[in-house]
Every structure is written in structure tokens, then in C-alpha cells.
Write a protein that binds this ligand. Sequence first.
Ligand SMILES: Nc1ncnc2c1ncn2[C@@H]1O[C@H](COP(=O)(O)OP(=O)(O)OP(=O)(O)O)[C@@H](O)[C@H]1O
Ligand SMILES: [Mg+2]
Length: 235
Amino acid sequence: MSSGPGVFISFEGPDGGGKSTQVRLLACALARLGYDCVCSFEPGGTPIGRRIREIVLDTKTCGMHGVTEFLLYAADRAQDVHEVIIPAIDEGKVVLADRFVDSSLAYQGHGLCMDIQSVRAVNEIATGGLRPDLTVLLDIDAALGVARARGRGKGRSSDSGDGNCGGDRIEIRMLEFHERVRAAYHEMAEREPARFRRIDVTEKSIEQVHQEVLAIVSRFLEKRGFGKVNSNAHS
Ligand SMILES: Nc1ncnc2c1ncn2[C@@H]1O[C@H](COP(=O)(O)OP(=O)(O)OP(=O)(O)O)[C@@H](O)[C@H]1O
Ligand SMILES: [Mg+2]
């Protein structure tokens, strides 16, 4: 659990499940409801992180060892935690994280078959032990998710934030890799039912998923007695 007065909510799931889309929509909806929100994403949520992102996702980056990849993700996360997430939690805000430690457990731990305890240990250092209060798992059929992620951004030229064309270095991995990632998320959600809320997004529209996410998060914030900064805000 986060220790400050704010609330820390992470979004997880296989590639292309709609995390970035839903974080954007939720942030707007919560702001309209009067909550003070901050979004973070990884890799690349800070200026230093953006330089790490370029290396880690570039398809021209050849021969990167799995351990190097894992440590780069951890370094990016450490910067994000200390520069963005913890200050926002300390200021009493709602922090929406587009991926967090569970991504390393799923992608590098299970996907690349790295030792899970080592993945956990390094992430303890990177995050100072920070854990999300709530994790929304956007669960999607692995093949469909990869197809959506690869299709995203077609016709766009930038790679700012999330845009890409035809798949980044992780997305273009074999389908079995992405199946392992999905299975790992299922396992995590079963092991920690109090923290995880799973939404099967495979056959749902963006708006349907948004309504489910908003219902889950609103209920959670109300149950926590979490206050709005602007009680006159409109829904
Ligand atoms: N429910 C949905 N139905 C149809 N298309 C969707 C849905 N949700 C998202 N998309 C589309 O799928 C693509 C991937 O969505 P998005 O980038 O939000 O996924 P993501 O989970 O952030 O992916 P990644 O893990 O690669 O960052 C986008 O083009 C988005 O518009
Ligand atoms: Mg994304």
C-alpha cells in the first residue's frame, strides 16, 4: 500500500488491452468529478525515462540481454517513482500508473523466464517498496492485444508517449511470450484478489470498458473515504 495521503492505482495487462486509453479517459472523468489526478506511464514517464525508453523499445536495439532489459525498466521505474509518483501521493493526489512492478514480473519474470525473487528484490530497491492500493487488470486475448498494439499509431509519425508503427521491440516477440505474460497476470490476480480487479476487455468497446473502470475506481475511492478537491465539480 502507498503510505502518503494520496491513492495509488495501477493499470496492468497484456499489450494492446487499452491501458493507456483507459488511463486517459479515467483521468478526465475523475477530474470532472473533482478529484486531483496525476498520470504516470512507463517506460518513459520522466525526461530521464524517455531516454531509457528509446533504448529499450527501439527495434534497432539488437542483442540486448534480458537482464539488461529488466534493469533498464527498473531504472526507469525508480526515476518515475521518485520524481512523479511519491511526490503526488504525498500531496494527496490520485495517481494513475500505466504499468508498474507487475509488468516486470509478467514480462521479464514470466515472459523471459527470469528468477521471480530477483525481479521482486530489484523492484523493492527501485520503488522503495511502494505498492499500488488498487490494480486494474485489463485482460485481453494475447493475439488480439498484440494485433491492436501493432495497429495503433499507423499513419502517425511520432513515438511520443505510446505511438508506434507496426510494433516495438517487445510487441514483436512471439505469441507464446505474450501468452505467458497473460497467464502470469491471471496468476497474480488470483493470488491477490484484494488488490486486483480484472476486466475482460476482449469483446467490449472502449466506452464499455471505461464505464466499468470508472465504477470500480469510484467505488474504491468512496470506500477509502477519499476526498475530492472540488466538491462543486460536475459529473
Ligand atoms: N475496447 C477496445 N476496443 C477496440 N479497440 C480498442 C479498445 N481499447 C483500446 N483499443 C485500441 O487498441 C489500441 C491499443 O490501445 P492502448 O494503446 O490503449 O493499449 P495499451 O494497453 O496501452 O497497449 P500497450 O501495452 O502496448 O501500451 C489503440 O489503437 C486503441 O485505440
Ligand atoms: Mg500503453
